[in-house]
Design a protein around this ligand. Structure first.
Ligand code: SF4
Length: 762
């Protein structure tokens, strides 16, 4: 029977914690962790005799002081050998078997010994044989190590190992008790609910309770972060959840989630939350090179990580980037890997979508039981459609293979030949294209997949002897390509782009809904929310909703009087852009003259923006009104400080008006909060349609074939989403007032009008 002091844990989890040691090495990790449970594994199991069993589920209770460890796992093989049974633990690797030191690794022995103990206990065996089988995935070479143990030895051993986990388990237990008590006492952290807030919070709680998905259109101003996190925290207190993930694509929304948790902490909540920052951003080194020879935070990482995590969890609750960095420096551990390791213990994890949905980097050590008690809160979920397409697509280019062919010549013969074979494939593809700039095909290029597999195998050998750099990057690209090829079905298309300098072949995921469903499978509940989840049927379709799932549309808490909407029916279509420049520039000038203040003007492209900007500047130069305005112009790839400076120019007390030219779908059109007089007007030029292009047209054709409106799916819905986001910058609080100008004649057409929010319609 389970008591409060029971620790349910898998053998693997337990031994990995206790026996962690060594350094981070991205080359070796790549090789050694890719092949769990793959063909090589099964090949060994196929060689078992009739009396042998494979994948045997075993469990046992192990008491250590006042803790009861309920340990379970699945042993690869239980062989009916005489005079004693043998537990076989298989480990497959792409590396060289000669690299294995002594008679195998302690962590592998520990896993096997636990299984042997469990079998011996259950079947009352006085002694057991324990075997480690290492298998090389490509050469099929095998190395075996065997030991024998009495039952007493096994029993002593597992108790000793479990005792080493106990301090951590005790700490978790203490924390969970304090956490649950604090949650029981936690009231909604504001004096009252704002309009719509109670409805959203209630729907989130109900969805978690019932284990369904919720698709919520939650407008700006209702406090959606607190309305989603508060019920999730309560669900932890009620025992429904063990953890929730707050998933978001941007730093500012990540900070909003941290603020909400900090605010609840100020009201007594004792919750542990970890924020994960991208590796490239949080890395302490000038160059991200995760090898012990190049990075002191990688060197010996696993020897120090348990102490670092214990220290962090003992003293901190809301573990923001700054907190993670401080402890990472203190314990000299890589801040990125440290945040991942801490996340496995946390009650809440704030991170990007890809840690859940992207098969390349999603959390690997999550067990089915934990997932069942985990909820996903997906903020700004409208962004997930295109992000998911990227996650599930993969491409290979000719150029790196040509470069590697040259680099490996005379250095690594197998690698050289494998890289050359891929390069040759692309040369043949170029010939076949007959000068066409692109090809669109339905058939998966099996030959290229096989060549990529051969390349990956050769690269593993080369990585094993220390070759890195371009080889490692190309190896990852090949692995991603191979993985994606396994997902390839009728929802994909093969798109090849050919230029003089390169050939790029992409397995392009057109409809990510089923893969999102697959990656999100097993989690108790998903809450997708955004101010612009509109039309909700489109997002439900693209994000993999089922019939049992809920939708919710919370009306805007702001009054129509706060917003003055003007539609200027001008054509902004591509062919009319030259003609439209002057009237748009004149409109900006007139509006700013009549209603001084700070303005954003959003455009569908940089080219269009620059053209109108120049016209506007000329107009201002010739203007004799004497009333100028300060002007800002967005540039592609602006560094963070420049972006901050751009937004800092929006001050309520500016003496002169400010006109900021920016693009829709860019860094300034989403997640920017300029309340009060910091922003008095937004002008949106066009209906935001993505540029006509081959990929967008492939989407259009695909959805037309599916009997849906392909043009809407590929162009109109994503485009109008950008418009809604851009326009949504204007009214951020009950006291805001402002002017919204929509420039395009299509705003008068029903097809576009129906996508506008109610408060924009008059
Ligand atoms: S600090 Fe940077 S280079 Fe070092 S292991 Fe971490 S991410 Fe890699």
């Amino acid at each position: 029977m389970l008591t409060k002091a029971t620790v349910e844990i898998s053998v693997r989890h337990l031994v990995e914690y206790v026996f962690l040691s060594g350094s981070i090495d991205v080359r070796l990790n790549a090789i050694d962790t890719m092949h769990e449970g793959t063909k090589a594994h099964q090949r060994v199991q196929r060689s078992y005799g009739e009396q042998d069993r494979k994948e045997v589920y075993v469990k046992a209770d192990i008491r250590v002081d006042d803790l009861l460890f309920a340990v379970d796992g699945r042993c690869d093989g239980l062989l009916g050998t005489e005079p004693m049974l043998t537990v076989d633990e298989i480990k497959s690797t792409g590396g060289d078997l000669d690299r294995i030191e002594g008679d195998g690794y302690a962590v592998h022995w520990a896993q096997a010994l636990f299984y042997a103990y469990m079998v011996a206990k259950e079947q009352e065996q006085p002694s057991m044989r324990v075997q480690l089988t290492y298998v090389q995935t490509d050469t099929e070479e095998e190395r075996r190590f065997v030991r024998e143990y009495s039952y007493t030895e096994l029993e002593e051993y597992v108790h000793e190992v479990a005792a080493r986990y106990a301090p951590y388990a005790q700490q978790r237990r203490r924390h969970e008790q304090a956490r649950d008590e604090s949650i029981r006492e936690l009231a909604f952290p504001f004096e009252s609910y704002r309009a719509g807030q109670r409805k959203l919070a209630g729907a989130v709680y109900k969805s978690i309770e019932e284990g369904v998905r919720l698709f919520a259109k939650a407008p700006t101003g209702i406090g959606k972060t607190i309305s989603t996190t508060y019920p999730a925290v309560k669900a932890i207190g009620a025992g429904m959840l063990q953890r929730f993930y707050y998933l978001t694509a941007r730093t500012t929304t990540r900070a909003a989630a941290e603020d909400a948790l900090l605010f609840m902490r100020s009201k007594g909540l004792q919750l542990q939350a970890v924020t994960i920052t991208a590796k490239e951003k949080i890395c302490f080194q000038d160059v991200v090179r995760c090898e012990k020879e190049h990075c002191p935070y990688a060197d010996g990482y696993y020897d120090r990580i348990n102490g670092a995590v214990l220290d962090l969890l003992e003293h901190e609750s809301i573990m923001t980037r700054a907190v993670i960095e401080a402890y990472a420096r203190k314990h000299r551990v890589c801040p990125f890997e440290f945040s991942l390791d801490a996340a496995y213990a946390a009650d809440a994890v704030i991170c990007d979508y890809n840690y859940i949905f992207d098969p390349r980097i999603s959390f690997k050590r999550q067990y089915a039981e934990q997932k069942k008690r985990t909820a996903l809160l997906v903020d700004e979920a409208h962004n997930l459609v295109d992000r998911a397409r990227d996650m599930f697509s993969a491409e290979l280019s000719k150029a790196p293979f040509l470069a590697l062919q040259r680099e490996l010549k005379g250095v690594h013969e197998t690698g050289f030949r494998a890289a050359k074979a891929v390069n040759d494939y692309f040369i043949a593809l170029r010939k076949r294209s007959d000068g066409a700039p692109h090809l669109v095909e339905r058939q998966l290029p099996d030959e290229l997949v096989a060549l990529a597999e051969a390349f990956a195998a050769a690269a593993e050998q080369a990585l094993g002897i220390g070759i890195g750099g371009l080889l490692l990057d190309t190896y990852f690209a090949a692995q991603n390509f191979i993985r994606t090829a396994k997902l390839y079905d009728e929802r994909y298309v093969v798109y090849t782009e050919l230029s003089k300098s390169d050939v790029r072949l992409k397995l392009f995921c057109l409809d990510p809904s089923h893969l999102l469903r697959h990656m999100g499978k097993g989690y108790r509940s998903h809450v997708y929310f955004s101010a612009t989840l509109s039309p909700v049927s489109y997002y439900m379709d693209m994000l993999g909703a089922g019939e049992e799932d809920y939708t919710l549309a919370v009306p805007s808490p702001f009054s129509k009087e706060q917003l003055d909407v003007i539609v200027k029916p001008l054509s902004t279509r591509y062919n009319d852009r030259d003609e439209s420049k002057l009237p748009i520039a004149q409109l900006i000038k007139r509006l700013v003259g009549e209603r001084p203040g700070n303005y954003f003007v959003f455009f569908p492209s940089y080219a269009y923006m620059n053209a109108v900007y120049e016209t506007y500047m000329e107009l201002m130069e010739w203007s004799d009104s004497g009333e100028g305005a300060d002007v800002l112009l967005q540039r592609p790839d602006m560094p963070e400080e420049e972006r901050d400076g751009f937004l800092a120019a929006f001050q309520a007390g500016n003496e002169r008006s400010l006109v900021a030219f920016a693009v829709m779908g860019g860094v300034f059109s989403e997640g920017v909060d300029l309340a009060g007089d910091r922003l008095v007007g937004v002008i949106v030029v066009g209906v935001g349609l993505p540029q006509l292009g081959v990929e967008r047209n492939m989407l259009k054709d695909y959805f037309n074939e599916q009997g849906k409106s392909g043009y809407d799916y590929a162009y109109v819905f994503p485009g109008m989403n950008k418009v809604l986001q851009a326009g949504g910058r204007l009214i951020r609080s009950e006291t805001d007032r402002g002017t919204l100008v929509l420039i395009d004649d299509r705003y008068l057409q029903p097809q576009y009008q129906r996508l506008l929010p109610e408060e924009w319609k008059e």
